[in-house]
Design a protein around this ligand. Structure first.
Ligand code: 9WN
Length: 413
C-alpha cells in the first residue's frame, strides 16, 4: 500500500514541490504542501524540507503565504483563476495568488524535524523566521473581529471552499457576471462534485475586489469576513509547534505559548456553541448555525478545555464517527446534506488525519485506531481519491490526490 502511495507522490513531484493533482490542480497549493511534507518526511527528509521551503519562497514581503504558487512551466490557463487573474508577482518573478490557506505549516515543519533531527536543525534555522512572519501577518492584519481570532476573507482561504457555513455570509456577495470567466475545474471533475456556478461567480467577485484593492486587508471593503474554527485551531497547533522549534533553536518559546493560550481561550469563548465550534460572521457579529467538520478540528488543540464535549459531538448523530466512512464534512442531519458535493457532505482524508491526531492527543486510542484502519483501507481502495461518499465510499473528485497519498504514508509509518 505504501509503495503505491509513494508512487503517487513521485508522479506528482515537479522537482521542488508536489502538485495536488496533475489534472485538476497543476500548481503548488499552500496547505496541501504542508500535508504532503508530513508524508514525505518518511520517504525523503530532503524532499519534505524542499516542499516546505519552496512554498516559503513564494511568501510575500508582508509575511503572507499565498494559497497558490504558480508553476511557470504550466500553461497560464490550465487552472482558473490563474496568474493572469491574480496579477501578483514577487520581486524574483514568482507568480502567486493573493489569498491564504490554513496555517498548518509550522506543525508540518516540526513534524519534519522530528522525523530526522540530525539532518533538520539547519532547516529549522532557515524557516523559523519565515513562519514567525507568516503568523505575524495573520495576527496583525487579520484580527478584524476584535476578539483576537484570525478572520478569513474568502471561502477558498478556509480550504473548504463551498462549506455550507459560507452560504449565509456569501449571500451578500453579488456574483461576477456569468460569461466573464471560464471555469477549468469542471473539465477534470464532474460538475455535481464541485461548487455551483453561482458560488463560483461569488468566489471570483470576492477575489477580484481584494485584488483591485492591492490585497490590502485594511483597504478592501470585505464583503466576506469569517472566524473559522479550523483555521484558528491550526494556527494554535502551529504556535505550539513554533514554541518547540524555538526551544530547539535556543530562542524564547514563551511568546508562542502565550499566544497559543490566548487564542485557545478566544476560540472557546467566541466559537463554541451546542457542543461544537461554529464560524462567526465578523460583519454581522453572529455565529453561523451550520455544523461542519471544521467545527471538530479543534480536537487537535492541546489542552482544549471542551474536548470531551467535542468528542461526544463527533460520536453523536451529526457526524457518527465510527459508523460512517472517515468523518463527513457536514452535519448528517442537515436537510441540505449532500454526500457527493465537495465540502457539503463527503469525507476527506486531511480532516480525518487531523481528527485522528486529536484522538491520539486525547488518548482515545480505540477510536483513533478504528479511524486509522478505515483511512488506510479507503485510501487504497479508492485510488487515493480526493473525497468520498461517507456511506458508500464511492470516490469523488481527483484520483491520485497527493495529500491522500502523503497522509497514508504517515499513518502507515
Ligand atoms: C481552490 C488543492 C485545493 C485544496 C482545497 C480544496 C481545493 C481549490 C479549488 O483544492 O480548492 O483553492 O480549485 O477548488 O478545497 O482545500 O487546498 O488541493
Amino acid at each position: 500500500m505504501t509503495d503505491n502511495a509513494v508512487r503517487v507522490l513521485e508522479e506528482n513531484w515537479t522537482g521542488h514541490s508536489t502538485v495536488p493533482s496533475r489534472a485538476l490542480y497543476p500548481h503548488q497549493w499552500s496547505w496541501d504542501s504542508a500535508f504532503i511534507a508530513i508524508g514525505l518526511r518518511h520517504v525523503s527528509i530532503g524532499r519534505a524540507q524542499t516542499e516546505l521551503e519552496s512554498l516559503l519562497r513564494a511568501q510575500w514581503p508582508d509575511g503572507r503565504i499565498p494559497h497558490i504558487a504558480f508553476a511557470p512551466s504550466v500553461p497560464r490557463d490550465a487552472y482558473f483563476p490563474g496568474p493572469d487573474f491574480w496579477q501578483a508577482r514577487l520581486a524574483d518573478g514568482t507568480e502567486t495568488s493573493g489569498i491564504v490557506q490554513p496555517p498548518i505549516h509550522a506543525l508540518a515543519a516540526w513534524l519534519t524535524y522530528q522525523a530526522d533531527p540530525s539532518d533538520s536543525v539547519g532547516f529549522l534555522e532557515r524557516i523559523y523566521p519565515r513562519l514567525v512572519a507568516w503568523h505575524g501577518y495573520l495576527r496583525d492584519r487579520r484580527t478584524f473581529g476584535g476578539g483576537g481570532l484570525v478572520a478569513i476573507v474568502h471561502p477558498w482561504e478556509s480550504g473548504m471552499d463551498n462549506s455550507p457555513a459560507w452560504d449565509l455570509p456569501l449571500a451578500r456577495v453579488s456574483p461576477a457576471p456569468a460569461g466573464s470567466f471560464t471555469r477549468r475545474d469542471t473539465d477534470h471533475a464532474a460538475g455535481a462534485d464541485r461548487p455551483t456556478d453561482l458560488d463560483y461567480g461569488r468566489y471570483v467577485q470576492l477575489a477580484a475586489t481584494y485584488r483591485d484593492h492591492g490585497y490590502g486587508d485594511r483597504e478592501t471593503p470585505h464583503a466576506f469576513a469569517v472566524e473559522d474554527p479550523c483555521f484558528n485551531a491550526l494556527l494554535i497547533s502551529s504556535e505550539h509547534a513554533l514554541a518547540e522549534i524555538a526551544e530547539v533553536l535556543g530562542r524564547d518559546p514563551e511568546p508562542h505559548r502565550r499566544y497559543a493560550a490566548a487564542l485557545t481561550e478566544a476560540l472557546v469563548e467566541r466559537l463554541f456553541e451546542d457542543g461544537i465550534f461554529r464560524s462567526r460572521d465578523v460583519l454581522s457579529g453572529d455565529l453561523i448555525p451550520s455544523d461542519t467538520v471544521a467545527g471538530l478540528i479543534p480536537l487537535v488543540v492541546p489542552g482544549l478545555p471542551v474536548a470531551d464535549e467535542l468528542l461526544a459531538t463527533a460520536l453523536g448523530p451529526r457526524f457518527r464517527l465510527g459508523e460512517t466512512r472517515l468523518v463527513p464534512s457536514y452535519d448528517l442531519t442537515a436537510p441540505d446534506f449532500d454526500p457527493g458535493r465537495y465540502w457539503r457532505g463527503p469525507s476527506w482524508f486531511n480532516t480525518a488525519w487531523l481528527i485522528h491526531r486529536g484522538l491520539i492527543n486525547l488518548n482515545q486510542t480505540g477510536y483513533a485506531e478504528a479511524l486509522r484502519a478505515d483511512f488506510l483501507t479507503l485510501a487504497e481502495s479508492t485510488g487515493y481519491t480526493e473525497y468520498l461518499n461517507p456511506f458508500t465510499a464511492t470516490p469523488h473528485g481527483a484520483q491520485n490526490f497527493s495529500w491522500t497519498a502523503a497522509l497514508t504514508i504517515d499513518l502507515k509509518s
